[in-house]
Design a binder for this molecule. Structure first.
Ligand code: ADP
Length: 539
């Protein structure tokens, strides 16, 4: 390390370390290429997770927590990515996840392939701006073509079989694939019960996905109401309450306690007794106040001691204690009750109502949960996921969430395109055809785009153990010959390439979003031609 020893204007010595001032700088094509390399590396990681036969990844966090998943967005979010451009790819998958909830792996694989094509075009000496323009044109053609190869899925409130099939397809690659049907049914039931069919919208806030370790995946169920991971405060309280009128308290509910900060002198047994009587009396007053309001169940955010618990039992007022803040809110929404923050504010209008509140136990172990059903507001559902360990429960929660997103997307817009790479092949052919009609240099970029689209069927074939290039060329030529745009990769070896028969659909909005977002990102990366990294201490 070279350092210069010098003095300032007052004669005080100081040292200049040369390297502090050093920057590493990449410009032009070199910059673009280094970005492409970073992005390709990220895409390469999630590649093997695409499709129904995609493999899972295991991620271990710094504190030893383990996540097993094949969900692109989750993989990328759990990865520690330092490179800024690679981070953009992580964000890309995140935005697809937030807007659509599905297709998070596909979008990264496609963006990676598009960048790979861009690299080749740069090598051929085509200017990045021209590449961007070509990609833009090709993307427009592909997106327009999506409409012409789309189909509509018919469903009604009474006939949801098609929604069910789509949900099932989305679960195909997930850990839950042993209980496909059950999870698909759960997804459809949960989404439909909170959906506003007139406005074609679904409020996901009303769906709570709750996991409880233990039992099997097959024990998972949808509960039309709220599930709280608690039990009644006393084991002798009734296990089921009909026509519950619930008092929701966020203030303490127990006998008043002498504050330890203040000095309290008790000099005789009788004084002690009178204090005890006072406490008991005050709490009994509280209990009768609750009962006078018409309530027959107390849900309290705070805890209370054995004495209070005993009094509650004696006065036949069941209670649930230590209920968390979010649950309290959900109970209030579901039962149309009001949260009571100060005990004096309690009144009968503030009570929430529910048809039944019952305690459920699981198997032979002593685990209990409270289920609040037939609530005043029927639009609240909970999916209760069971599974052997936390990793399975977490992955099952994510899978159910994906399936629910598919159903929600179909409620919003029931147009679909065929999956298994079928739609990508159709778009690839369309773009390739149009490229021939362009006389300018953009035609190369358009052909590149068309080849990038092929990455999806190629990857699907590769991940399913098929010969990728052979599969793709066969599918392409058959699609071109027959005009049947439903032909895709037969990942599950069913013997048919017709994706309609296999019910492999992707929502049109999801595919459109994938193409648009990925193209936008690639264009952005291509526009960057200068990277200045200040790296202290580097030679
Ligand atoms: P993403 O996170 O992108 O949704 P997935 O791992 O769920 O990734 O894979 C989705 C891809 O797999 C889509 O292109 C879809 O069309 C395809 N796919 C899903 N199920 C099948 C199937 N049974 N046969 C062929 N392709 C399928």
């Amino acid at each position: 390390m070279s350092a210069v020893y010098t003095t300032d204007e007052y004669g005080r010595p100081f040292i200049i370390v040369r390297e502090q001032d050093k920057k590493s700088r990449k410009t032009g094509i070199e910059a673009a290429k280094s970005h492409i390399l970073a992005a390709k590396t990220v895409a390469g990681i999630v590649r093997t997770s695409l499709g129904p036969r995609g493999l899972d990844k295991i991620m271990i966090s710094p504190d030893g927590d383990i996540t097993i998943t094949n969900d692109g967005a989750t993989i990328l979010q759990n990865m520690k990515v330092d490179n800024q451009i690679a981070k953009l790819l992580v964000d890309l998958s995140k935005s697809q996840d937030e807007e659509i909830g599905d297709g998070t792996t596909g979008i990264v694989v496609f963006a990676g392939a598009l960048l790979e094509q861009a690299e080749e075009l740069l090598d051929r000496g085509i200017h990045p701006v021209r590449i961007s323009e070509g990609f833009e044109k090709a993307c427009k053609i592909a997106v327009d073509h999506l409409d012409s190869v789309s189909d509509t899925i018919h469903w009604t409130k009474d006939d949801t079989s098609n929604l069910f099939k789509c949900a099932k397809t989305s679960l195909g690659s997930k850990i839950v694939n042993k209980c496909h049907d059950q999870f698909a049914n759960m997804a459809v039931d949960a989404v439909l019960s909170v959906a506003d069919l007139e406005r074609k919208d679904v409020d996901f806030e009303l769906v709570k996905v709750e996991g409880k370790v233990g039992g099997e995946l097959a024990d998972s169920q949808i509960i039309f109401g709220v599930v709280v991971d608690k039990d009644f405060s006393h084991p002798q309280m009734p296990k089921e309450i009909k026509d519950a009128r619930i008092c929701i308290l966020t203030c303490p509910f127990e006998p008043p306690k002498p504050k330890t900060k203040h000095k309290l002198d008790i000099t005789s047994v009788s004084e002690y007794k009178s204090l005890q009587d006072y406490e008991r009396k005050a709490f009994e007053d509280m209990i009768s106040k609750v009962k006078e309001s018409g309530s027959n169940l107390v849900v309290c955010q705070w805890g209370f001691d054995d004495e209070a618990n005993h009094l509650l039992l004696a006065h036949k007022l069941p209670a649930i204690r230590w209920v968390g803040g979010p649950e309290i809110e959900l109970i209030a929404i579901a039962t149309s009750g009001r949260i009571v923050p100060r005990f004096e504010d309690l009144s009968s209008e503030k009570l929430g109502t529910a048809g039944t509140v019952r305690e459920i136990t699981f198997g032979t172990n002593n685990e209990k949960m409270i289920v609040i059903e037939n609530c005043a507001n029927p639009k609240a559902v909970t999916a209760l996921i069971r599974g052997g360990n936390k990793m399975i429960v977490d992955e099952a929660k994510r899978s159910l969430n994906d399936a629910m997103c598919v159903v929600r997307n179909l409620i919003r817009d029931n147009r679909v395109v065929y999956g298994g790479g079928a739609v990508e092949i159709a778009c690839s052919l369309a773009v390739f055809k149009q490229a021939d009609k362009i006389s300018t240099i953009e035609q190369y970029a358009m052909r590149g785009f068309s080849q990038a689209l092929d990455a999806i069927p190629l990857t699907l074939a590769e991940n399913s153990g098929l010969e990728p290039i052979e599969t793709l060329s066969e599918l392409k030529s058959t699609q071109l010959e027959t005009g049947n745009f439903r032909l895709g990769v037969d990942c599950m070896s069913t013997g048919s390439n017709d994706m309609r028969e296999q019910f492999v659909f992707d929502p049109l909005i999801s595919k459109r979003q994938q193409l648009l977002l990925a193209t936008q990102l690639v264009k952005m990366i291509l526009k960057i031609d200068d990277v200045i990294v200040h790296s202290a201490g580097e030679n």
